[in-house]
Design a protein around this ligand. Structure first.
Ligand code: HEC
Ligand code: HEC
Ligand code: HEC
Ligand code: HEC
Length: 329
């Protein structure tokens, strides 16, 4: 029995980095999406996500960080690439092909692109597609790794993977900013907003209020989850650990405010998790267990909650003057 467990663990460890590389092997690039999503591509081209590709390696702050880390070429460095660029793997080499782009958030598309745009034969359109075909199509793109609006927790999780900057060495040694004051509704409603596809007249419309309420709660849960993981992995009491502990306190406060307005068992349980764990160094396994619990509760909330019943949260939602960047019309 013991042998089997050891075998499983080793193969899991070996598979993880391979799987990440495989992901970039299946990237098609944003221009493939532009064939049908011209408006989204135009909006994206006005964002910091797009500009990172052209600008990052030229910035003096970037040069200072890479110097401290002994990195020679920012654009081909795996570490910088994982958050600032879209990487594409060809053969053995991986290179940056764009800034943060469609597939950074919706998943590498090679395996889902064809079924994504197939509505049941050459004559079929989105409007004429049968409900049965649609159901089959969505199941197929989901299985191939597409991340869509229906996957609320997953599509939001993407942002936190990068915006909490979960890398101690990058922050402590490199002097990289230790994550930002990221808040999901505010940061999604400004320059990143691209709600054009389904709207009348193809205008870039605001996220519906019911959806914003869900995003607000899910965002707070994700912030807490990532902060707990950050503190768990911290090795010294320096910028990184302190930043992550502050993030945990901030998101706990946000969840407390939420719990005073809506009665959801998932939120109450998240607060119990926070109370039960100490935000300190050398507490890795407890903090990781706590983070996993928060994740499970956040996912549960995302699939059970109905935004229409959460009006009590509206006074907490960020106001338009807090939206990050300018909405593209
Ligand atoms: C051949 C045309 C075509 C191409 C190419 C295409 N799409 Fe789409 N896309 C559509 C259509 C049509 C819909 C609406 C279908 C629906 O509602 O299920 C859509 C919907 C979407 C949605 C919303 C789906 C949801 O359920 O949330 C996302 C996200 C998306 N596309 C991303 C992409 C990305 C990323 C690419 C490039 C990798 C891409 N699309 C390429 C036609 C296309
Ligand atoms: C884990 C994700 C992640 C990694 C890895 C990463 N960055 Fe960043 N970086 C970000 C995010 C996100 C921002 C935007 C600010 C924010 O939201 O925290 C940013 C912002 C920056 C900025 C702007 C900071 C400023 O002062 O305005 C520079 C410069 C930068 N990164 C350089 C680098 C370099 C060089 C590397 C590789 C050594 C790198 N980053 C690796 C996520 C990352
Ligand atoms: C920074 C992450 C990010 C990037 C980059 C991104 N998307 Fe999205 N996209 C999202 C999120 C999040 C949503 C769901 C928004 C919501 O919850 O209302 C979304 C929604 C969509 C939708 C449905 C919009 C609607 O009208 O409801 C389409 C279509 C889409 N994206 C296509 C694209 C294409 C094409 C690109 C590249 C040009 C792209 N996205 C780039 C995160 C991103
Ligand atoms: C692959 C990593 C990655 C993902 C995923 C990602 N971002 Fe970013 N984002 C960055 C980086 C890096 C920057 C800074 C780019 C630069 O300045 O070079 C940035 C910048 C931004 C900015 C501009 C910030 C400013 O200071 O003006 C906004 C807004 C933003 N992101 C929102 C989002 C949202 C919302 C999501 C999720 C839907 C998201 N991002 C997902 C890496 C990412």
């Amino acid at each position: 029995m013991k042998g089997i467990f050891v075998g499983v663990m080793i193969s899991a460890l070996v598979a993880a980095p391979g799987a990440a590389q495989d992901l970039s092997r299946h990237v098609v690039g944003p221009m493939e999406c532009g064939e049908c999503h011209t408006a989204e591509v135009d909006i994206w081209k006005k964002s910091a996500h797009y500009r990172s590709f052209k600008e990052l390696h030229r910035r003096k702050e970037a040069k200072a960080i890479s110097k401290k880390l002994g990195i020679k070429r920012i654009k081909s460095e795996n570490l910088c690439m994982s958050c600032h660029y879209t990487a594409k793997k060809k053969g053995r080499s991986e290179s940056a092909i764009a800034g943060i782009s469609c597939e950074s958030c919706h998943g590498p598309a090679e395996k889902w692109l064809e079924s994504h745009a197939n509505y049941g034969g050459p004559e079929a359109t989105m409007e004429s597609e049968s409900p049965q075909h649609k159901q089959k199509r969505l199941a197929s793109v989901d299985a191939a790794g597409m991340i869509r609006r229906d996957h609320l927790y997953k599509i939001a999780e993407n942002c936190y993977r990068c915006h909490t900057t979960p890398n101690e060495r990058l922050v402590n040694k490199g002097g990289h900013p230790s994550g930002s004051d990221f808040e999901l509704v505010a940061w999604l409603s400004g320059e990143v907003l691209h709600n054009v596809f389904y709207s009348k007249g193809k205008e870039n419309v605001e996220i519906p209020l019911e959806r914003k309420r869900l995003l607000y709660v899910v965002g707070a849960a994700l912030d807490l989850e990532y902060a707990l993981r950050g503190v768990a992995e911290s090795t010294t009491k320096a910028e990184y650990a302190i930043g992550m502990a502050k993030r945990a306190k901030r998101s706990s406060k946000q969840l407390l405010a939420i719990s005073k307005r809506i009665k959801h068992p998932e939120i109450r349980k998240m607060l119990d998790v926070i109370r039960s764990v100490k935000l300190s160094l050398n507490n890795r396994s407890n903090l990781l267990i706590a983070a996993d619990k928060v994740k499970a509760l956040g996912e549960e909330f995302a699939s059970n909650a109905d935004g229409a019943t959460l009006g009590a949260l509206d006074d907490l939602l960020p106001k338009p003057n807090a939206y990050k960047g300018t909405v593209s019309k």
